[in-house]
Design a protein around this ligand. Structure first.
Ligand code: G6P
Length: 589
């Protein structure tokens, strides 16, 4: 979701910015724009759609400084006019924003009364007019940006490029902002991945921090106090920042196959590293898990593991539905936040609410240096490497594997948890065969003209059903619903028609008989029953074969759904890595 990329350094800034924006593409966007400063004026290019293979080097090859933005529309349609950057009325600066100005309607009405006009439908342009208005009294762009920023409500990160001097100013609140420090060049971006091939030194800004490049030097300022501070320069680990399809047609398939290693990587911790969190869990009155989307389902599954393996009374919350729990949050409670990006706005807000009540925050996150990690008392990394496909695959199973080991550790059986994961990881390595891929491709081609699909699971596979359905929905744009098998006779069964594909997840567990009953019930109403199972059954019309993963089975059975989604998406001609309307990093509410 929206990405910012600014650059100052050598000539060719426009192409450097385009490359940076392409490395932010995975966040999801529907239009983009760049602005570079050359000879005292600003040159802008904006387009709707993907960046593609555009080369701006002839047109703007001499510029050494500029900013760019990928936009995921919130306020105003996907048009060139609404794409960022937005320019000041007198052309003296341009601005791009990630976030939402929550008081924009009020501010817009005020400025319209003052005679300012607006050329876009965005909330962003309000910030531009606000800076223009403040400039009338302050006369200094940096001061005006700071004062304007303090007037905004909501989570906003902005970047400003001046036309009259080589100056970039960027301020963070909410959406991430990082500064890459190279040899005589600087990068201002939404994430470190975007410049990981250029430098391994970076400053990760906190909320309400501002960075300014002016007169050849960088300055960092706290916007609340106006005081300058010395930043902490971090060294990035390049081994986890490479972005490459490595011979696969799509990132999605590459990332699915990588699960043979990533679920093991996620639990490379010593027991002593889990101990403080385990201790907090044992002493807590309430333990919550929280997340959104796929990470929300992982949070649910982790709560399930904590309840069943360690008898911890863990409750799953949806990041965006925590309001009713606020009064219950109390000092000593533990909240475990699950997130690939560590930047999901709803999850961060839930964490901030809980933290303000004294709740201890634990997190399992994939992106180093992300906001969630910095908010956590007990931060853990999944270490899955960059997950570029918008639909999450390897991050989900890594979160599950970490959660399972946490549950075992909470039950005083840390080593057993690690052995389960090591065993399953080995089995997953042997699971990815050409035979399996052809089988699932066959199932995909048989059902790709259907419009409605249902997925049923029970017990340990309740969340597998929800996540399996979400995966197919994201990649195929079909109507797919996942249900607890117990819901079948309370409504779902009314939707079953002759030929409706119904996926029935049968694990090697106490629910096997119930799941066979469910398969029989839908089959007798005409459903095309696809078992996701370890054993064949005459009740199945087709089957995604798997192997018994024991207590870690949710991390095993979901792989069949991931592969099916992939092959269905490819068969339908969809952009599997960047499904329509979706964003990888949901940094606005
Ligand atoms: C989006 C992504 C999902 C992800 C969810 C939460 O919907 O497409 O893959 O699960 O956001 O993101 P997070 O970064 O918090 O895991």
């Amino acid at each position: 979701m929206c990405g910012i990329f600014g650059y100052v350094g050598s000539p060719g800034a426009s192409n450097t910015i385009l490359t940076g924006l392409k490395r932010l593409e995975y966040r999801g966007y529907d239009s983009w724009g760049i602005a570079v400063k050359h000879n005292g004026s600003i040159d802008m290019t904006k387009q709707v759609g993907a960046i593609g293979d555009i080369d701006l080097s002839n047109k703007l090859n001499r510029a050494c400084i500029g900013i760019g933005h990928t936009r995921w529309a919130t306020h105003g349609g996907t048009t060139v006019n609404n794409a960022h950057p937005h320019i000041a009325t007198d052309g003296s600066f341009v601005l791009a924003q990630n976030g939402i100005v929550e008081n924009y309607q009020h501010l817009k009405a005020e400025f319209e009364k003052k005679g300012y006009s607006f050329v876009s439908e965005t909330d962003t342009e309000v910030i531009v007019r606000l800076i223009e208005d403040t400039l009338k009294t302050t006369r200094d762009l940096t001061t005006a940006v700071r004062e304007a920023f303090l007037t905004l409500t909501g989570r906003n990160t902005i970047i400003v490029l001046s036309a009259d001097s080589d100056r970039i100013i960027a301020v963070r609140n909410g959406s991430p902002l990082v500064v890459g420090i190279g040899d005589d060049e600087f990068f201002f971006s939404s994430d470190t991945l975007s410049f990981a091939d250029k430098t391994s030194s970076a400053v990760l800004l906190e909320n309400h921090e501002m960075v300014k490049f002016d007169n050849g030097k960088l300055t960092f300022v706290n916007v609340m106090t106006g005081k300058a501070f010395d930043p902490q320069i971090q060294t990035l680990d390049h081994t986890t920042t490479t972005i490459d399809k490595e011979g696969y047609d799509h990132y999605m398939l590459k990332e699915i196959v990588e699960q043979r290693d990533t679920i093991r990587e996620a639990v490379q911790y010593d027991e002593s590293e889990f101990a403080p969190l385990v201790n907090a869990i044992h002493n807590a009155k309430s333990v919550y898990t929280v997340g959104a989307g796929t990470a929300g389902f992982a949070a649910g599954q982790i709560a399930y593991f904590l309840r069943t393996v360690a008898s911890v009374n863990a409750v799953e919350l949806k990041s965006y539905e925590t309001l009713g729990f606020e009064n219950h949050f109390a000092k000593g409670d533990v909240l475990i936040a699950v997130s690939q990006s560590g930047e999901t706005a709803d999850t961060i807000e839930a964490v901030e609410k809980a933290k303000s009540k004294g709740v201890a925050i634990a997190s399992i996150v994939n992106m180093m240096g992300s906001s969630l990690i910095r908010l956590s008392d007990h931060a853990f990394l999944t270490r899955s490497g960059p997950e570029i496909c918008v639909a999450s695959t390897k991050a989900y199973t890594a979160q599950l594997s970490w959660g399972l080991v946490l549950a075992f550790a909470s039950a005083g059986k840390f080593k057993d948890g690690v052995s389960v994961i090591n065993r399953v990881s080995k089995q997953i390595s042997g699971y990815f065969t050409d035979e399996l891929f052809s089988r699932i491709k066959g199932i995909a081609s048989g059902i790709c003209s259907n419009e409605h699909f249902f997925v049923l699971g029970k017990g340990q596979h309740y969340y597998t059903a929800l996540e399996g359905a979400l995966k197919i929905k994201e990649i195929t744009y079909k109507h797919v619903e996942g249900f607890a098998a117990g819901e079948l006779k309370h409504g779902v069964i009314a939707l079953i028609e002759k030929g409706t594909p119904v996926f029935v997840i049968v694990g090697d567990d106490e629910h096997r008989a119930d799941m066979y009953t469910v398969a029989a019930e839908v089959k007798s109403r005409g459903a095309y029953v696809i078992g996701v199972a370890d054993r064949t059954s005459t009740l199945f019309d087709d089957m995604i074969p798997s192997f018994p993963g024991g207590i870690a089975d949710p991390a095993v059975k979901i792989i069949g759904f991931q592969l099916l989604s992939y092959f269905l998406g490819v068969a339908l001609g969809n952009n599997v890595d960047k499904p329509r309307n979706l964003a990888k990093s949901v940094t606005v509410k």
